[in-house]
Design a protein around this ligand. Structure first.
Ligand code: PLP
Length: 448
């Protein structure tokens, strides 16, 4: 017998709003703004409980590289599940974590041959900051403890990572909890004046950094940057020349360079590591997001032989005494290994060159639209800004654009007046074109 009162049963969305506190969300906005219950994913497509399909143009918050429910990654996790799901990494080791570490070291041509693991991106940043800090103590220079970060940079939201983040909305309420840092000018190429190139902007920004280093280097442990693209900072892009200049300055003034590749790593920029565009290696390099293909929480911090050796001693307290319960989780490492195997066997980086050309073609319309500005692309990230004068309600724009995109069957999440796409590396030329057209139609509805 059919129970009529079932009709009044709360939906999954109702139950979520009652019990789940969603991230990066003013929950009250959900009174007028949709929350979507996803029941299935396949390839670049997400399916909601009513069977509607959404093209995931932002790789589920920049994590998903090879699509949802990818057969090879699924299989790797299933196989690992039958061996060992988790074991602590202090005093123990396992095949997936060893192989992953060896592969990552090889990808850096062994410049960064030691890998320390955690679970989320912010923790990997904390690790880089703590290692740098501890290193200078071990070197007898405990006064070298300040960090330098870039304007508009983002490195996560735990207290250490947030201190080196310069995105007002995330920091505002917590300022008094955060350590003091030096924030220097971003090399964001959008600052170029008429006649100036991105490289000119990079040189000016590096000049400013040099002045700070010259005055304060005795008190500075490290500078942290997001190589080439400040993703959460409105997809601000900059010249690789900046990284070369910063590397030189760090060498000259004995300051660590931390490259946070949590978003731009794993092929997103066009090379496996974004630093490769500049031909430099940092002292610490963080990865997360894409490393497990968007499957399981995994993050890591790679570092050099020299830094590793500094901690190597008979003294316990000279070691790096940092841990997370799920450090180096075998299932997550197995997923990451499957991803690296896909990179190798399917020539992903080579094919992404064509895919990024598809991306440029799909958004050629945006270049020609006079309401838009700062069209920019780095590998598999494409972004442009809406000129503020065309926005009736700038603060509501991201939510309106998100909602109109849903009507067009795509998932995008603008940041301020910046629209960007960061799709998984599996879209066909047709799907890419469809994405471009859908964004255009959604934008027309919002600006109408
Ligand atoms: C997302 C991100 C982080 C933080 O990673 P979480 O897993 O969200 O903690 C840090 N740095 C950069 C550059 C990021 O994009």
């Amino acid at each position: 017998m059919k129970v009529i009162s079932d009709l009044n049963q709360p939906t999954l969305v109702d139950r979520s709003l009652a019990a789940v506190w969603h991230p990066c969300t003013q929950m009250k906005h959900h009174e007028s703004f949709p929350l979507i219950a996803i029941t299935k994913g396949k390839g670049a497509w997400l399916y909601d409980e009513n069977g509607n399909a959404l093209l995931d143009c932002i790789s589920s918050w920049w994590t998903n590289l090879f699509g949802h429910s990818n057969d090879r990654i699924n299989q790797a996790i299933i196989e690992q599940l039958q061996k060992i799901e988790h074991v602590m990494l202090a005093g123990f080791t396992h095949q997936p974590v060893v192989e992953l570490s060896e592969k990552l070291s090889a990808l850096t041509h062994h410049h960064l041959g030691h890998v320390f693991y955690a679970s989320d991106g912010a923790s990997a940043v904390e690790i880089a900051l703590k290692m740098s800090h501890h290193f200078w103590q071990l070197k007898g220079k405990p006064q070298k403890k300040k960090f330098v970060c870039l304007e508009n940079g983002y490195h996560g939201e735990t207290l250490g990572a947030l201190a080196v983040t310069d995105v007002a909305i995330f920091r505002e309420a917590y300022g008094s909890l955060l350590q003091d840092v030096y924030t220097v000018r971003s090399p964001d190429a959008r600052q170029a004046q008429a006649g100036e190139s991105a490289e000119d902007v990079a040189k000016q920004a590096a000049k400013e950094l040099e002045q700070l280093f010259e005055k304060k280097h005795e008190h500075i442990a490290a500078i942290i940057v997001e190589p080439l693209v400040q993703c959460a900072g409105h997809m601000a892009m900059y010249s690789p020349e900046y990284l070369r200049l910063v590397r030189d300055l760090c060498d000259r003034y004995e300051i660590h360079l931390i490259a946070d590749e949590i978003a731009v790593g794993c092929g997103r920029s066009g090379r496996f590591f974004a630093c490769e565009h500049a031909g430099i290696w940092p002292d610490f390099l963080t990865l997360s997001k894409g490393i497990s293909g968007g499957y399981l929480p995994l993050s890591l911090c790679l570092t050099t032989e020299m830094i590793y050796r500094t901690f190597y001693s008979d003294q316990t307290q000279q070691g790096f005494l940092h841990s997370h319960s799920y450090t180096g989780n075998p299932l997550a490492c197995a997923a990451a290994l499957a991803c690296l195997e896909i990179f190798e066997t399917e020539q992903v980086l080579e094919k992404n060159q064509l895919r990024s050309q598809d991306l440029a073609n799909a958004f050629a319309w945006a270049k020609a639209d006079e309401r838009l500005e700062h069209w920019r692309q780095q590998g598999m990230i494409l972004a442009f800004d809406i000129q503020k004068s065309y926005l009736k309600n700038a603060s509501a724009f991201p939510r309106e654009m998100f909602a109109k995109s849903l009507e067009e069957g795509i998932l995008i999440r603008p940041i301020g007046n910046t629209i960007y796409v960061m799709p998984p590396y599996i879209l066909s030329t047709e799907e890419t074109l469809q994405m471009g057209k859908s964004v255009q139609r959604a934008l027309e509805k919002v600006l109408a």
